[in-house]
Design a protein around this ligand. Structure first.
Ligand SMILES: *Cc1c(COP(=O)(O)O)cnc(C)c1O
Length: 401
């Protein structure tokens, strides 16, 4: 249908700065967790304005370490959203707790009213996910947590650079309401990347120390510290730790990516606006929600198909995009629909809104490595598909007959 190269769903933006920083790390003689990781933690903490930041090798690791450090475990219930990646729920299961689904609201984020309904005497924590980079209603969530004595651990995998009502997600230095821990992802497709990686921030010094210790074998002194102290080799293992540390090779990427994060988000926002403008007023689709008093990071642009106005389903829509040379994806298959989770108690709280939304959602490519021309091509392709697959009266009559 076209001669242009395929537009993939995602391509990371890696520049010469990243290449040089990784090369310098390779030549430095220190590859694993060391000075660059310490620098990355300091700079990321300053960026989100959190007093403590611990680099880990994934957001999944960050969530796991936070739950473990907070003592969440057997007999506890943890409330989260059905519209998330599997690892939000896996990590709850890893510590022996029971995941409880609270359905989404109209914007795709967890609905605070549903959280309130899901709270039982066994509830210990709430894990909101800022879906696609749109901040959750944290004020309502913090109020519930305060009222019921619950921890809040944010899955901010999509939300590096998101602001909630003027404060960066992760911010906890101003004495205002804040979550116990916030876990970010630097997976290759996220707002900024270290290939694989994550960061966990917290306002609490003792919790930070405990998460740091658990993320590195439960050891009380890491290798860089021992080296810095001129080969004082001694350390002790004080807990059941994990191997979740981030290497200096990855932190080298992170240091340079963090400096570009604001400009990445500016580009994402500009491109999201183009999608909005081209598709505005088309009744075959619903455009993604925005948060007027906040900064959406536009990690994802999730289009909602109005299937009753189309003569194709989501799968055929994706196939039509692919035929026009456009990659896309779906975020997410709701947790209760995965066979593994379907067999366990997570599915017991019904999530009709997430299940109803699921067949309608398609994530369009949206990343700073795209050109504006590519964004306009994708938008025009979507429009073209919608126009040529309008369900008209004749089709309805035919189906009725
Ligand atoms: C990507 C993602 C994760 C996991 O992040 P990793 O860094 O790959 O562990 C967790 N939650 C959500 C919502 C995600 O999209």
């Amino acid at each position: 249908m076209r001669n242009n190269p395929f537009i993939p769903f995602h391509v990371p933006s890696i520049g010469e700065e990243e290449v040089r920083e990784v090369e310098a790390t390779l030549r430095s003689g220190w590859l694993t967790t060391g000075p660059r990781t310490a620098q990355f933690e300091k700079e990321f903490g300053a960026y989100v304005r959190a007093p403590h930041a611990i680099a880990v090798n994934s957001c999944t690791a960050g969530l796991h370490v936070a739950f473990a450090a907070l003592g969440i475990g057997r007999g506890d219930e943890v409330i989260t959203t059905p519209l998330t990646f599997c690892s939000t729920v896996h990590t709850i299961l890893h510590v022996g707790a029971k995941p409880v689904m609270a359905d989404i609201g109209a914007d795709g984020n967890i609905d605070p009213e549903e959280i309130a309904r899901a709270i039982t005497p066994r509830t210990r924590a709430i894990v909101p996910v800022h879906f696609g980079g749109l901040p959750c209603e944290m004020k309502a969530i913090w109020a519930l947590a305060r009222k019921h004595g619950l921890f809040v651990i944010e899955d901010a995998a999509h939300a590096a650079g998101t602001h909630y009502q003027g404060r960066p997600i992760g911010m906890s230095e101003d004495g205002e309401d804040a979550s116990d821990a916030v876990a970010f992802s630097f997976y290759a497709t996220k707002n900024m990347t270290t290939g694989e990686g994550g960061m966990i921030t917290t306002p609490r010094e003792s919790l930070a120390a405990r998460m740091r210790m658990l993320s590195l074998h439960g050891m009380n002194r890491d290798a860089w510290k021992r080296y810095s102290e001129r080969g004082n080799w001694h350390y002790e293992v004080v807990d059941t730790g994990f191997k979740y540390n981030l290497t200096d090779l990855q932190s080298a990427l992170g240091i340079q990516q963090l400096r570009k994060l604001d400009s990445f988000i500016e580009t994402r926002t500009y491109y999201a606006k183009i999608y909005n403008q081209v598709l505005a007023g088309m009744e075959e689709v619903e455009l993604p929600a925005d948060a007027p008093r906040s900064r959406h990071a536009w990690h994802l642009y999730v289009l909602r198909l109005n299937l009753n106005m189309l003569n194709i389903d989501r799968g055929e829509f994706i196939e039509e995009l692919r035929r026009r040379g456009v990659g896309s994806s779906v975020h997410f298959i709701p947790i209760p629909l995965h066979p593994y989770f379907a067999r366990m108690p997570v599915a017991q709280r019904p999530c009709p809104r997430a299940l109803k939304l699921y067949p309608r959602i398609v994530s369009l490519p949206l990343y700073p490595a795209m050109t504006e021309e590519q964004v306009r091509y994708v938008a025009d392709s979507v429009k073209d598909i919608l126009m040529s697959h309008k369900r008209d009266g004749r089709v309805l009559l035919h189906e009725a007959g």
